[in-house]
Design a protein around this ligand. Sequence first.
Ligand SMILES: *Cc1c(COP(=O)(O)O)cnc(C)c1O
Length: 371
Amino acid sequence: MSKRIYLSSPHMSDEGYEKAYIQEAFDTNRIAPLGKNVDEFEKELAAMVKIKSAAALSSGTAAIHMALKAAGVSQGDIVFCQDLTFSASANPIIYQNANPVFIDSDYQTWNMDPKKLEEAFEKYPNVKAVVVVHLYGLSAKIDEIVNLCKKHNVTLIEDAAESLGTLYKGKHTGTFGDYGIYSFNGNKIITTSGGGMLVSNNEERIAKVRFWATQSRDAARHYQHSELGYNYRMSNIVAGIGRGQLKVLDKRIEKKKYIFDYYRKELGILEGLEMMPVNDWNKPNFWLSCILLRNSKVRPLTIIEALEAENIESRPIWKPMHMQPFFEKYDYIGEGVSKEIFNNGLCLPSDTKMTDEDLKRVCDIIKRLWN
Ligand SMILES: *Cc1c(COP(=O)(O)O)cnc(C)c1O
């Protein structure tokens, strides 16, 4: 069997930055609970994306949950959520006993269609919050979405789990809304083995999230709780990995872009194959290189199976939320764009450890299917 090629696997620095930070935590016995790595990771990430405040949490999902809670979302509230996404964008809405309404994407960005969002505001004027996603590292039409949310005075949460380092008109995705979240899950552009970050310019709300995320312990000698608590904080070991990984984020983005450009050059010429949309106002992190096959006889599954036979990992596009058995009963505002992208789309292997030889292997297998 030839060497396995992954979709996107953890890639620690060659310099050993992550190990050095972990070693420091061992040497000072700051294994847990918090400590210098957590504080510094928050500061370093906030400085990088140019935002005032950040809370390091146990996952991106926890960060979305805390953002919703900070936005005051509770029982029975309506929350608009991008339809084309991973389920973790929507699950925390249910944790808060609120009701998601799913909003379709547009072909230009694959992300939330501002026109559909406008329609949704007309139908549900009492909506409490909006969760927009920057899928696969492509930014949404965030200016338009911010303006709509401001006009309706509704909290905007940016799920930038997949788009750390992506710039929209020169500014980091995750910093346009009231809250932004990033994920450091195993296959994201940088990873801490698992973890997430909530960011905001509202320092007071971020401080409150840190309080909720550490079991809502009141300032009392005894264990006293006036509010519901969560065990959502990031550990000092995990944060050490994050600090090391932040140092190589630019390098990872550079390689991800190289992979995308390689595919575009080699595969973009195939009949009916479209690369994911990169708009001129968008500087993506190219987390995954995705393609669309709306006008091709070759089906995404054919490619997935041909690659799998050669020990190469690829993956369908996220299945839209309104098509998920669990979320089916909630409203959906759209015209089937997310479904069309799901039915015709595919994520190609985008592992930053791939060599040119690996990329050629992938492209040769795919090109054969067009002969
Ligand atoms: C990965 C991901 C999340 C969740 O992040 P975790 O850290 O795995 O909890 C949320 N939203 C999107 C779009 C993601 O891809």
